[in-house]
Design a protein around this ligand. Sequence first.
Ligand code: PGA
Length: 254
Amino acid sequence: MRQPLIAGNWKMNGSKSSAESLLNGVVSGARGLSKTDVAVCVPYPYLYLGESLLAGSSVRLGAQNLCTEAGGAFTGEVSGSMLADFGCGYVICGHSERREYYGENEASIAQKMVRAVESGLTPILCVGETLQQREAGETESVIGTQIDGIIERIGIDAFDGIEIAYEPVWAIGTGMTATPEQAQAVHAFIRGRIAALKGPIAEKLRILYGGSMKPGNAAELLGQPDIDGGLIGGASLSADDFLAICQAGEQLAA
Ligand code: PGA
């Protein structure tokens, strides 16, 4: 069995003081967890705070994006090595909000994943379909194209040790969650796609579900055989809710 990973994606939320209390709350609540990996992907300005407050705890720090380039004259950008310098272990790559609002595509996402790995970070590659695509019966072709577009560029071996998050766009921040059966079907499809190329990579690959996961639905989702964790947006802004999801992972892993 794969050890679950519950990762918070704070998005562009919070303040210095709310970030501090949320980080402290997660650190103290996560103390008893031994079978679940926990991470929080914070906005850039709170990385330093995260590095200090998570020091000595098992909660890992992550970021939500990184630059396609390693360094230099790229005003406003942040490199993978800077993230690593602040103690990040994870970085989200290709979140649907970045694909939609900032024009990210397979080419830039693949390059970001390469930069992440070069810097010692674990990419969390996000994939997912829109409601229109789901209703048109295109879910598998959309997800397949998103995965293949990365494999074509950086090879199947680059999937060894990364995390994938399946996040149906229609479920993100909407309160509409994929049913456990809907999510399981797509997770199994993703694993099968990777397994067709490299079985051992697929077997150990963690595939997280994201999209309105909360304390009330986490156990059912995490109980599916191919759902290995969660990427949590809204519910990660409350330490209690986030920790309740972590506890659901812990109980299933027990
Ligand atoms: P949500 O966001 O949990 O608020 O739906 C998930 C995500 O976008 O990562």
